[in-house]
Ligand binder design. Structure first.
Ligand code: SAM
Ligand code: SF4
Ligand code: SF4
Length: 359
């Protein structure tokens, strides 16, 4: 098995819909996709400087992070979330930056947990050992922990702030102990940087009950200097692990699940691969993203967002929010990953950073 990239489009696109044809109340975008999954970024700050996300040379001590006054308040986030749930959102993910750095994050979780949806959070795990109990008590259902290596040297190379792996493993253990499970452990694989960690991570998490997932390195933002040849295709990840521990494909948990699932034939549990680059899944993308300052993005690769904070702060009510969002979603035509070029974007192309918009 070579590590060659073979771009495949997973499913053929449904025909673009005639906007006028969608019945009132049937909220679908131009490609027939519904809104199901709301990702809320609660801070653009982070205590890590992962090389593929917040490279140190760009995110320096002088970097202009968002000022406090521009952040959405928890009350504002709750209002927006409530409207989205009315419009079909079934799952809310809290992200960032590092969401556990946002002060009193548990109060936001308490508010969101009143909604009839699943509440999850993605974290680098550094503060999880301390906060797992409070998060669970506030009503959080599950956590996803990012972990790009299991050997200290490799992990430190990726987080670039000399952070040791032990605290993150303690965080995962604490989350499991309070029932924030099943825990997903996500590793972004950057060829030549941490692909030597694929097998050690697999060995570590087999039989743990946690689901290890490998994510293809993506060209999000403009600061990580992404190159296609640094992407290790998921097919290569599966081949590497499968050569040591035989794997068998398993069905998705639900239609449109982005991770492709594989189980260890010997009963050691399952892994997942997310092939955002080599097998784009735009045709089933039901995600919407709310930035820390209240801009709404219909795609991870969008170059501009829709300002909900302005609408709220000029006194717009829930009905106005609903109307604005419905109009925005009906006009959505995003499918960046299906049409990305193999080349690094032209200099001057400004895309939103992952640490700003949330993964
Ligand atoms: N700080 C938290 C964390 O790391 O889990 C939450 C925010 S982080 C932006 C969310 C996810 O995005 C992480 O799993 C991270 O590894 C992933 N991510 C960041 N930059 C990425 C990139 N260029 N390609 C693929 N995944 C990326
Ligand atoms: Fe921080 Fe998460 Fe980005 Fe790493 S991936 S720099 S932990 S926001
Ligand atoms: Fe969704 Fe945009 Fe990613 Fe495609 S590129 S899957 S539309 S967020």
């Amino acid at each position: 098995m070579t590590d060659r990239i073979i771009p495949i489009i997973r499913a053929s696109l449904p025909p673009a819909r005639d906007l006028a044809a969608a019945p009132e109340g049937d909220l679908v975008d131009r490609r027939g996709r519904r809104v199901r999954d709301l990702r809320i970024s609660v801070t653009d700050r982070c205590n890590f400087r992962c090389v593929y996300c917040m490279p140190k040379e760009v995110f320096t001590d002088n970097y202009a992070f968002l000022p406090r006054a521009s952040l959405l308040s928890f009350e504002e986030i709750e209002r927006i979330a409530r409207v989205f749930v009315d419009l079909g959102v079934e799952k809310i993910r809290i992200t960032g930056g590092e969401p556990l750095l946002r002060r009193h994050i548990e109060s936001l979780i308490e508010r969101l947990a009143r909604l009839p949806v699943e509440i999850t959070l993605t974290t680098n795990g550094s503060l999880l050992a301390k906060k797992a109990r409070t998060l669970k008590d506030a009503g959080l259902h599950r956590v996803t922990v990012s972990l790009d290596g299991i050997e200290d040297a490799a992990f430190k190379r990726m987080n670039d702030v000399d952070y040791a792996v032990g605290d993150v493993l303690d965080g995962i253990a604490a989350a499991a102990a309070v029932g924030l499970a099943p825990i997903k452990v996500n590793c972004v694989v950057k060829r030549g940087a941490n692909d030597d960690q694929v097998l050690p991570l697999a060995r570590h998490f087999r039989h743990s009950g946690h689901i290890l997932r490998f994510i293809e390195y993506m060209d999000v933002g403009s600061s990580n200097g992404w190159r296609m040849d640094e992407v290790l295709p998921s097919a290569a990840v599966v081949a590497r692990i499968g050569a040591e521990f035989p794997l068998a494909a398993i069905d998705p948990n639900y239609s449109g699940e982005v991770a492709e699932r594989w189980r260890y034939v010997d009963g050691g549990g399952e892994i997942g691969v997310i092939s955002s680059v080599t097998q784009a899944f735009c045709s089933t993308c039901t995600r919407i993203r709310l930035s820390t300052e209240g801009l709404l993005y219909t795609c991870l690769f969008a170059q501009s967002g829709h300002d909900l904070r302005a609408l709220l702060r000029r006194g717009g009510g829930d009905e106005a929010l609903r109307r604005e969002f419905a109009a925005l979603w009906r006009g959505r035509d995003d499918r960046y990953s299906e049409i990305r070029s193999a080349a690094t974007p032209k200099p001057g192309t400004k895309k939103i950073e992952m640490s700003y918009i949330g993964g």
